[in-house]
Ligand binder design. Structure first.
Ligand code: GCU
Length: 138
């Protein structure tokens, strides 16, 4: 399987800011979603082949309140109200995983906050192409 890491700080951000003031992130920072419904991070995810992929979002939520998000692939919501529960503090990161079908080539993956609290802090998206072939395949 092909695994690719996409940092949130390199993604398209609507109603959020890139920050680095909490420990434990990968890359150069994370996205702090504005505390508003509709705030989002959108990645461009390239798939070698069409098919199933596992999408893992690494996040932190230093509150005790779930910050649910909808996950959309190429404009279609594939998972609604995915829970991003409290992680204990803003320096502690956890993974949430959804499965989706990707097209060959470029895809958009958008994680949109659905409550007035906005999203959690988001570090990165990891995409694993579940059925991608090895180097010998056409
Ligand atoms: C704090 C925290 C931020 C976080 C914010 C929030 O300000 O430092 O990293 O994004 O709370 O509640 O969203």
């Amino acid at each position: 399987a092909t695994t690719t890491v996409y940092q949130a700080e390199n993604a398209t951000v609507s109603q959020g800011v890139v920050e680095s003031n909490h420990a434990g992130y990968s890359g150069t920072g994370f996205v702090n979603y504005d505390n508003v419904s509709g705030s989002y991070v959108q990645w461009s995810v390239t798939a070698a082949a069409a098919g199933s992929a596992t999408l893992t979002i690494r996040f932190s939520n230093g509150t005790t309140t779930n910050r649910p998000m909808n996950i959309a692939v190429n404009g279609t919501t594939v998972a609604s109200g995915v829970a991003f529960n409290g992680t204990g503090n803003w320096d502690t990161w956890q993974d949430v995983t959804v499965t989706a079908t990707l097209n060959a080539g470029a895809n958009t993956v958008r994680a949109t906050a659905t409550t007035a609290n906005g999203g959690p802090n988001v570090d990165r998206l990891t995409a694993v192409e579940n059925a991608a072939g090895g180097p010998s395949m056409a």
